[in-house]
Design a protein around this ligand. Structure first.
Ligand SMILES: [Zn+2]
Length: 380
């Protein structure tokens, strides 16, 4: 049986399911709850590793499917894995790429054993199995690894969801067996998660969680959400699954979300998040602030000499005005993308730090209600 991830629960909120904890990994301790900036191609777009560290990022997320295609395992193996290749010395989590095969790859064909697909880059044919995906992540060297799962589109038929749950369980068992039979390539411990599937069907979610927990995974993720379902369904499923997951393992809600989503999900007992929103939206000119998002392209900021967010410590807010950032966007200067991204990552990291403090001080529900009211979101 694989070891559970070294997770210590430090404090449980008395008026919600929020919890404060710590994960001790070979490259550092992660304070939970936490948010992982997304570096799909081994880069958080426009940001250096030093930028990420300064902003308070604890973990970078990357993607086995993309890294397998480019730069490829040969180069990653030669550089002793992704950490040294990208110059990030903190922990890394890699998603398996199951979701990307379904959303990006051409002509994919799934069978009981794995999935054959054509690269979205050049049409070349590849095959992933539960075992090969574990092996890819052994070469990448991520401390936290996700198994290959079956992640149908949000509008899939009930029968498709049922088959996906069954396949996800079978593949999780094979992933675990292969993980247990192989060693870390670079000597540091790695941990294999499970991914609970089942769409918005409560029975399927219960079944998926029950079957996967029998495999005694190192930690648990909730997958198949944030794929277009209504917000109420997202939180209903999150609440249901979080209740089913063991208290002594971190709970990871994949692909979520907005600042308000994260604040709500933490109150349901979620510890880990990732999302492209802070980075992708920055490049579209959307900046997150405690008063809600603002679009820097808006004409109202043309003469606005205030920082994006008063009191923010990021490179953008401490050095330039809204008017200048808007100018960078309207003239297409790449500096604008870099500064906007720096702000959004800083904002997310500050949000998670504030949220952790509120849990420690046992005032999470009141803090969350204040946050949501200020952010302009209804409390429920
Ligand atoms: Zn800022």
């Amino acid at each position: 049986m694989a070891d559970p991830i070294p997770f210590t629960l430090l404090h449980k909120s008395s008026d919600s399911r929020a919890r404060r904890g710590r994960i001790d990994l070979s490259r550092g301790t992660i304070q939970t709850p936490f948010f992982m900036p997304v570096g799909t191609h081994a880069a958080v777009k426009t940001q250096t590793a030093a930028d990420l560290r300064r902003a308070g990022a604890q973990v970078v997320l990357s993607n086995a499917y993309h890294l397998y295609l480019r730069p490829g395992l040969d180069l990653l193996g030669r550089t002793d894995g992704l950490h040294s290749f990208m110059g990030w010395d903190g922990p890394i989590l890699t998603d398996s790429g199951g979701y990307q095969i379904f959303s990006l790859a051409k002509l994919r064909k799934m069978d009981a054993d794995g999935v054959t697909f054509q690269s979205h880059l050049d049409g070349s044919q590849h095959r992933f199995t539960p075992e090969s995906v574990v092996q890819i992540q052994r070469v990448i060297g991520a401390e936290m690894m996700m198994p290959l799962d079956d992640c149908p589109p949000g509008d899939a038929a009930p029968e498709t969801w049922r088959e996906a749950v069954e396949r996800t369980t079978r593949w999780a068992r094979r992933s675990r067996d292969h993980f247990a039979a192989t060693d870390s390539h670079y000597g540091h411990p790695q941990y294999l998660f499970c991914i609970v599937q089942g769409g918005t069907d409560p029975d399927l979610r219960r079944r998926s969680a029950g079957e996967l927990l029998e495999l005694d995974p190192a930690a648990c993720a909730i997958g198949g959400l944030a794929v277009g379902e209504p917000k109420a369904a997202l939180f209903d499923v999150t609440a249901l699954v979080a209740e089913l997951l063991p208290e002594d393992r971190p709970r990871y809600l994949m692909g979520v979300g907005t600042p308000a989503d994260i604040v709500r999900a933490v109150s349901l007992g979620i510890d880990m998040f990732d999302c492209v929103l802070p980075t992708r939206n920055a490049r579209n000119g959307q900046l997150f602030t405690p008063l809600g998002p603002l679009n820097i392209r808006n004409a109202r900021y043309r003469h606005d000499l205030e920082p994006v967010q008063d009191g923010c410590g990021c490179d953008c807010c401490t050095t330039i005005s809204r008017a200048y950032l808007r100018h960078l966007f309207t003239t297409g200067e790449v500096l604008g993308l870099r500064l906007a991204t720096a702000h959004n990552i800083w904002y997310y990291m500050q949000l998670l730090a504030a949220l952790r403090r509120a849990i420690e001080q046992d005032r999470y529900s009141a803090w969350a209600a204040d946050f949501l009211a200020t952010y302009g979101e209804p409390a429920t």
